[in-house]
Ligand binder design. Structure first.
Ligand SMILES: [Zn+2]
Length: 421
């Protein structure tokens, strides 16, 4: 049941975005310093790291001091959690999607767990979605909750989940049966569902709101959602291990970062960094006391924003997430192409049902394509379009395939890089 602390957190969730940027930064810094002290006091992993650098928690006075703590990647974090002996036995374990092929289990204290879940509600409230709205969610089987949260038992933010591994027909059936107020899913799955409805000509219930999470959104996806559901896609960026990191604000046109819950850094952190290249996103979850997540490289790329919010909120802005760092193509010149680049190019190729770009080696690219049944696909034309768009000496091989294999989680990735770094 909700305790007074959680109820207070809910009020803060509503109120804090309207604090001034200075107030929010001060709040963030005080939470960060508390978390660092807690981590070093309670976890051998962090104590070891600080000792090796001859660093003390009180040395982290401002945001710039954070750079002195080494970044932790997925592999190392997973190992540290596995080896930790001081994780509270009441912790709730959350599974990450494993879209990198490396699913991870992360513990959260019950209170932190509630707070991390609440971060997803902030953007819904900002878009005027009432707490009584019901959701149908298409999600990874690891995220399907068997027990509703306390606020769901009270009739708020009720949610039914269907598995991403089910067919588009099964999703459509659930949508038509449930008639939810909100349709929620990875943007990629929502696009598949909309394409399926369009192609099959079946009737589909139109939820009032469509919320896309954790995937890249291209214009084609937005248009399809508009056409099929008559709704604007609300785009949220986050992960199981962090909660909602940032969300698209319709007033500002960019994403507000939830800095009262997280510290989000963009690396390299230097004025000299090429503004055209997306940066690595590193996150500290201020509500991760069961095992602190400090300077965690989440594997996504994005850009900080220089724009001040227009809506009156004090939460700073970031630009669109360019996708995972293992989902960009590197060109001989050093230019980096994000999946959004390929979404735009492949849209110009006629007769394509599905596609996937894989970079195995520097200097070459394999593009798997599934042509439409109507025979309008032309391989030489596709090759010409791609070459013209890339405009660099790169070996491009187009392979015609019957299907594109999905990741084991069912999240099909459009661009995959197997280059190291
Ligand atoms: Zn805004």
């Amino acid at each position: 049941m909700a305790d007074a602390g959680t109820a207070l957190s809910f009020i803060r969730l509503l109120r804090d975005p309207w604090r001034s940027p200075d107030e929010l930064q001060a709040l963030q810094l005080s939470r960060l310093r508390n978390l660092i002290r807690f981590a070093v006091d309670h976890f051998a992993f962090y104590r070891g790291r600080f000792d090796r650098l001859d660093l003390r928690p009180e040395d982290i006075r401002g945001h710039e001091d954070l750079l002195r703590i080494p970044v932790v990647g997925k592999e190392l974090l997973r190992q540290a959690i596995r080896e930790a002996t001081t994780i509270h036995r009441n912790s709730r374990w959350v599974c990450t999607s494993g879209s990198t092929g490396m699913p991870m289990r992360i513990p959260f204290l019950p209170r932190d767990h509630s707070l991390v879940n609440l971060t997803w509600l902030r953007p819904l409230l900002a878009h005027g979605i009432p707490p009584r709205a019901r959701t149908l969610e298409i999600t990874g089987p690891q995220n399907i909750r068997l027990h509703p949260a306390w606020y769901q038992r009270l009739g708020f933010w009720r949610r039914r989940s269907v598995s991403i591994l089910d067919s588009e027909d099964a999703w459509l059936k659930a949508l038509n049966e449930d008639r939810p107020d909100i349709l929620w899913g990875y943007s990629g799955s929502l696009k598949l569902l909309a394409q399926h409805i369009k192609k099959s000509g079946q009737t589909a219930f139109r939820p009032r709101w469509v919320v896309g999470v954790s995937d890249l959104v291209d214009d084609e996806c937005r248009e399809l959602i508009r056409e099929i559901f008559h709704a604007e896609l609300l785009d949220l960026y986050g992960a199981a291990e962090t909660g909602c990191i940032a969300w698209l604000c319709s007033h500002c046109g960019e994403y507000h970062v939830n800095i009262d819950h997280l510290v989000v850094e963009f690396l390299p952190w230097s004025a000299a960094a090429d503004p055209g290249n997306p940066r690595r996103i590193v996150v500290t979850n201020l509500y991760s006391h069961a095992f602190p997540i400090i300077r965690y490289e989440i594997g996504d790329l994005g850009f900080p924003s220089a724009q001040s919010p227009l809506c009156g909120r004090g939460l700073p802005l970031m630009k669109v997430v360019e996708g995972r760092s293992d989902a960009v193509v590197r060109l001989p010149s050093g230019r980096v192409l994000s999946p959004l680049f390929f979404f735009a190019v492949m849209k110009k190729v006629a007769g394509l049902a599905r596609w996937q770009v894989v970079q195995e080696q520097a200097g070459s690219l394999t593009v798997k394509v599934v042509p439409d049944d109507d025979g309008s696909f032309s391989l030489p034309l596709a090759e010409k379009t791609l070459r013209a768009a890339v405009a660099e000496p790169l070996r491009i091989e187009i392979e015609i395939a019957a299907a594109i294999p999905g990741a084991e989680t069912g999240k099909v990735r459009s661009v995959i890089s197997r280059l190291n770094g």
